[in-house]
Design a protein around this ligand. Structure first.
Ligand code: KIV
Ligand code: NA
Length: 264
């Protein structure tokens, strides 16, 4: 695969072409996922749940993400590598800059940070120093205790408008990508139309420019019930590489996500 950069994602958005993203945590899967043409690999703090067995993402450290980023970077065949800034890694501006620097030096091409419009100042400082940022809005799992559970966000008109406005503010501050989690289809559509930069969705409907899933979820490797937006791609294929390729193809064709994976 030709090396994917932020410019590649922008071109895909301009051309109205979809792109795919999967989480990756190790070198072998990284090699398989990037070989399948999946444009973006995310070292998600979901690793706290799927690899470490915690019941939230809060215990994940910057060193955990840096270690898995190094592993993924070694196996990568050309995908854009995005690393999650874990819980409280941006407790102060200084800590945020130092921690983002660690993830970039571990092999990330950009970082992802959860938050709302208040992230603007941090995004400005990071981009100024050469760290591209993906701003994660909607259901931000690091806020699970504040939200009182993992709940669909942006359901009221007011909440929807707040997500759209925050996305615009963060793009104006320099965010290169927006990621929306668990919002109604209409919010996914409105944000994707409102901002110039690529928008990646998970449980955000079929209108976003890209789609992301947690690797284990889409391979049906889980410890219990899965979210509505998850599809197990192993049921229609006979190998892991085939399931990854199928996911990529269904995102490209816009057949994933289907209505049953969405929130109306
Ligand atoms: O940590 C993660 O895997 C994520 C994706 C689900 C977007 O943030
Ligand atoms: Na995450």
């Amino acid at each position: 695969m030709k090396t994917v950069t932020i410019s590649t994602l922008n071109k895909l958005k301009q051309a109205g072409e979809k792109f795919s993203c999967l989480t990756a945590y190790d070198a072998t899967f990284s090699s398989q996922i990037s070989t399948a043409g999946v444009e973006v690999m995310l070292i998600g703090d979901s690793l706290g749940m799927v690899l470490q067995g915690h019941d939230s993402t809060l215990p994940v450290s910057v060193d955990d993400i840096a270690y898995h980023t190094q592993c993924v970077a070694r196996g990568n065949k050309g995908s854009l590598v995005m690393a999650d800034m874990p819980f409280m890694s941006n407790a102060s501006m200084e800590q945020m800059l130092i921690n983002a620097g660690k993830l970039m030096q571990a092999g990330a091409h950009m970082v992802k940070i959860e938050g709302e419009a208040w992230l603007a100042e941090g995004i400005r400082e990071l981009t100024r120093r050469g760290v591209p940022v993906c701003a994660h809005l909607g259901l931000t799992p690091q806020m699970v205790n504040q939200f009182g559970g993992y709940k669909v966000q942006g359901k009221t008109e007011e909440a929807a408008q707040a997500i759209i406005a925050a996305s615009q503010t963060l793009v104006d501050a320099g965010a290169s990508v927006i990621l929306l989690e668990c919002v109604p289809n209409e919010v996914g559509r409105l944000v994707t139309e409102a901002v110039q930069v690529p928008v990646i969705g998970i449980g955000a409907g079929p209108y976003t420019d890209g789609q992301v899933l947690v690797l284990h979820d889409m391979l049906g490797v889980t410890m219990g019930r899965t979210a509505r937006f998850v599809k197990n791609f192993m049921t229609e294929t006979d190998s892991i590489p085939a399931a990854i390729s199928r996911f990529h193809q269904e995102v490209k064709d816009n057949t994933f996500p289907a209505e049953e994976h969405c929130f109306q």
